[in-house]
Design a protein around this ligand. Structure first.
Ligand SMILES: C[S@@+](CC[C@H](N)C(=O)[O-])C[C@H]1O[C@@H](n2cnc3c(N)ncnc32)[C@H](O)[C@@H]1O
Length: 233
């Protein structure tokens, strides 16, 4: 079984106790349908090294495989699997206050994605897509304080940079991905004023049209998903 506690100091200072795989799966099964949808968005505001996020990614990649397989065919089309797997990774978000957890989380997610990429796309894999996935992970898994909604430094102190999240989507049914950046603080404000969260308890992370507060769009790019890392940091 994976270690649940790294040190007494980390438990005392940051409440760091990792959730065991069995509990992770039991909790995710409560929202099973969502975990098996390639594009459903998940945000873990205290993600640790990613115990929940890696399991969500595993489930999404299975769904990506099904979605990329033509009818009556068990094997996915490599080009379609690649795109679906990018949709899967880009819909997973995390925040943790400890830098080593953030790096470990990104690496675990990357390795799971890459293993599935190789298994399903074999000799059609390419370095550009790998770089794009690493870039998306660097934006989606953030070292920050989920209470103040600010990025933190290596000593867990707030910096002057607010946490910014990118909304990724494929609006044109081709290989172009759209990136839209918003501050986490405004997204939370918008989500909390939206009708859906009052009625269902489910939060819609990005620009909920029913929200009373509209988050400010900080920047926007549209580019081929394999080259998204060439635009902005
Ligand atoms: C109980 S652990 C849970 C980790 C992971 N979600 C899991 O279930 O395995 C809590 C995590 O929250 C992080 N944490 C504590 N305070 C935080 C804060 N203000 N903002 C973001 N992360 C925080 C800790 O570093 C730790 O990784």
């Amino acid at each position: 079984m994976a270690q649940q506690v790294k040190s007494k100091q980390r438990v005392a200072e940051h409440g760091e106790v990792f959730t065991a795989e069995r509990e992770v799966n039991a909790m995710l099964d409560l929202v099973k349908q969502e975990t098996e949808r390639v594009d459903s968005r998940f945000l873990e505001p205290a993600c640790g090294d990613g115990n929940f996020l890696v399991e969500i990614l595993r489930r999404k990649l299975e769904a990506a495989k099904r979605r990329a397989s033509p009818p009556k065919c068990k094997k996915p089309l490599p080009i379609e699997f690649e795109k679906q797997s990018v949709i899967a990774i880009s819909s997973i978000y995390g925040v943790d206050i400890l830098q080593d957890n953030v790096l470990a989380c990104r690496e675990r997610l990357y390795k799971i994605w890459e293993a599935a990429y190789i298994a399903n796309c074999s000799n059609e894999t390419n370095e550009e897509c790998r770089a794009a996935v690493r870039f998306i992970l660097s934006r989606n898994i953030v070292c920050g304080n989920a209470l103040t909604l600010m990025c933190v430094d290596e000593n867990q102190k707030d910096t002057k940079c607010p946490i910014i999240f990118s909304e990724w989507s494929f609006p044109f049914n081709d290989t172009r991905i759209q990136r839209k950046d918003y501050s986490f603080a405004e997204l939370m404000l918008s989500a909390n004023t939206a009708d859906n969260i009052r009625k269902t308890g489910q939060m819609s992370l990005f620009a909920d049209e029913n929200g009373e507060v509209e988050p400010t769009l900080l920047r926007q790019y549209i580019f081929d998903y394999r080259r998204i890392q060439d635009y902005g940091e």
